[in-house]
Structure formats: C-alpha cells, structure tokens
Write a protein that binds this ligand. Structure first.
Ligand code: NAD
Ligand code: UDP
Length: 336
C-alpha cells in the first residue's frame, strides 16, 4: 500500500462503512473530506473526528455537483438498507446515478482515482451459486428493489464508460452483506434488527421461513479489501467481489444471535418481501488472486463485537425507523 499522504474524499463518509473508512484514513495521516447529507446516518459516527486537523466534514447531497481538489474518491453515498432505499425510491436512483456522474466528473477533472461501492444486489435473484464477477445477474428491472439494484448497475456502467471514454482511473467493488459496530440500530437490516430485538427482549422478526441465505462480512475485513482495491499497484479496476463466503440461513443467524445474547426472545414468522433473494454467496477467487485478500473474522466473532456495540448504545439517541417499512405496506411489498 502506498505511503504517500493524499487528499481523500469519502462520500457517505458519516455512514456505517464510511465512518470507519474515515477513521482509518485520518489515522494514516491523509487529508480526509467526509461528504454526507445525513439521510441514513447521524453525526455521532464521526463526532470524534471533528477536531482533527486532517478531517473536514461537508454537508452535501451527491446529486448536486461539487468542486474539490482531491487525489482519491471513495463513493459510498447511498442508502444501503432495503427499508431506507425504498423510502424514496426515485431519490435512491438519483443518488446512485447522478451521484456517480457527479463524482466521476470530479475524478475526471482533477485526475483522481475513484472507487465505487457497488453491491451483490447487482446479481439480483442469482441463478449461479456462488456468484462470480463474470455472472451478469438476474435482476427484476421494475420491482421494489430495482431502485437500488438498477441504480447500482447503472453506476457500474457509468464507471466503465468514464474509464473507456475518458481514461478515468476507476475501481469497482461489489460488497456482500457487511455488518458491525456503527450500523444504525433502526436501519432495518437483518443483523441490526435481530440483535436489537434480542437484547431488548422483543420478538425476532423472521421474514419467510428463514431458509434464505446471506454471507456476512465483518466490517474490518471489508475495509481491508476496499483499501487494497483502491491502492493496488497493478491498477486492477474490477469489478471484484468483497465478501465472506461463509453462507448462513436467516434461521441460523437468528439462533446464533439468541445464543450469543442469552436472549429469551422468540422467533416470529412474517411474510417475505417481494424479490428478496433466496441465496447469496460470493466467489472470492478474483479478490484472492488480484488483491491477496480474504476475510478473517468468522461470523460468531464479528457478531459478538456487534452485540457488544449495540449493548453500549443509548437507543434514545437514535432516530426511530420510518413509517415506510416493508411491513407497514403489506399490499405493495409482499408476495401473495
Ligand atoms: P449507510 O446507510 O450507513 O451509509 C450510507 C451513507 O450515505 C449515509 O451516511 C447516508 O447519509 C449517505 N447518503 C445517502 N444518500 C446520500 C446523498 N444523496 N448524498 C450524500 N450522502 C448520502 O450504509 P453503509 O452500509 O455504510 O453503505 C455504504 C455504501 O456501501 C453504500 O453505497 C452501499 O450501497 C454500499 N454497500 C453496503 C453494503 C453493506 O452490507 N453494508 C452492501 C453492499 C453495498
Ligand atoms: N430479514 C429478516 N428479518 C428482518 C430483516 C431482514 O428475516 O428483520 C431477512 C430479509 O428478508 C433477507 C435477509 O434477512 O432475506 C437479509 O436482509 P437485509 O435487509 O439485511 O439485506 P438484503 O436483503 O439487502 O441482503
């Protein structure tokens, strides 16, 4: 990894992954600009960085252009939880597409290297398992998840077109479900939901029969992969899967959370949201070969750290979930 100090922009820098990335970059001595509109995050994720001389916070929406002098851009700005990205679907598409165009335009002008936080969602309901990068995916183009899935797919297309047409130095990573401290306790994702429910003695909300699978990556592993990709000396542009190939059913996840928290919560079964992928597991051969990267933190260990974090929070400090959650719009969101 290069030791040269750089000016680095992190869009979505106050979010779960963005704030940890800012921590790392600030500690390495880089000049870090965190740009965020605080749609799904709160200042508390980056409050401890505010006094540092090499950290700057800009409240800004990536759908508007901005002019900055930087050497690297990590483009993370986008709601990531289904509950959040379906809250204002049109805004989600604008954030992915116009945000990517604005940041790519900036990268082009100032000749910065730009990394896109893409997603395993671009594989949709996968018919190939595990998913290699060569798989083009099986995405519903008009469904409730399309604002996110197609927005991210369009962003990938833009990245590769700016690279082909304007030689912009791009990096694209496809992130598989990542969890850890600083996830928003009410973001509606499965790890945060199950842990909060378990430690507050509420029912564990299982969508469907719990046989659907996901592969969960601890945030430190993910960030190692993200930084390796940005700084790889071969200038490998991707796309590359960054995720943990350990695959678990949601039932297994719930049981592990109950065991680790010692909770008496019961699992309740609710309808499964439409287009909820049945299975997801990254093929990480390419990341191993090109980046020498693989995850190290097993789910049980990462969950324990995440549980400890959620237990340390005063939940009253956090904004409650929106009314626009999947289960409050049953008719629209669920399979018959
Ligand atoms: P997060 O919701 O915690 O962070 C996203 C951040 O982007 C938030 O701080 C939010 O306020 C900000 N943001 C949203 N819209 C914006 C806009 N228009 N302008 C400026 N800022 C905006 O989510 P996260 O888990 O940290 O995800 C970060 C990135 O990684 C996202 O792009 C997401 O799609 C991608 N990703 C995450 C995962 C995961 O499992 N965590 C998986 C795949 C992809
Ligand atoms: N899920 C669940 N209960 C919850 C939240 C989610 O059973 O309270 C399920 C959801 O239906 C999906 C999986 O957990 O099958 C992962 O959901 P999440 O929203 O975390 O991420 P994504 O679907 O985007 O992978």
């Amino acid at each position: 990894m290069s030791q040269t100090l750089k000016r680095i922009l992190v869009t979505g820098g106050a979010g779960f992954l963005g704030s940890h990335l800012c921590d790392r970059l600030v500690a390495q001595g880089h000049d870090v600009i965190c740009l965020d509109n605080f749609f799904t995050s709160q200042k508390q994720n980056i409050r401890h960085l505010l006094g540092k001389s090499n950290f700057e916070l800009i409240r800004h929406d990536v759908i508007e252009p901005i002019m900055l002098e930087v050497d690297q851009i990590y483009n993370l700005a986008c709601p990531a939880s289904p509950v959040h990205y379906q809250y204002n679907a049109v805004k989600t598409i604008k954030t992915s597409v116009m945000g990517a165009m604005n940041m790519l335009g900036l990268a082009k002008r100032v000749k910065a290297t730009i990394l896109q936080a893409s997603t395993s969602e671009i594989y949709g309901e996968p018919t190939i398992h595990p998913q290699p990068e060569s798989y083009w995916g099986n995405v519903n183009p008009i469904g409730l998840r399309s604002c996110y899935d197609e927005g991210k797919r369009c962003a990938e297309a833009l990245f590769f077109d700016y690279h082909r047409m304007d030689q912009v130095d791009i990096r694209v990573i496809r992130i598989f479900n990542t969890y850890g401290p600083r996830m928003h306790p009410y973001d509606g994702r499965v790890v945060s939901n199950f842990i909060i429910q378990a430690i507050t003695g509420q029912d564990i909300t299982m969508y469907g029969d719990g046989s659907q699978t996901r592969s969960f990556c601890y945030m430190d592993d993910l960030l190692n992969g993200m930084e390796k990709m940005m700084n790889n000396e071969q200038r490998f542009i991707g796309p590359v899967n960054i995720g943990n190939p350990g695959e678990f059913t949601m039932k297994q996840l719930a049981e592990m959370v109950i065991e680790l928290t010692g909770s008496k919560s019961k699992i309740i079964y609710m309808p499964r949201p439409a287009d909820d992928p049945t299975q997801r597991k990254p093929d990480i051969t390419l990341a191993r070969e090109k980046l020498g990267w693989e995850p190290e933190v097993p789910l049980r260990k990462g969950l324990q750290k995440t549980i400890d974090y959620f237990k340390s929070l005063n939940l009253a400090d956090f904004r409650k979930p929106t009314d626009s959650t999947a289960h409050k719009r049953m008719g629209m969101y669920f399979k018959a």
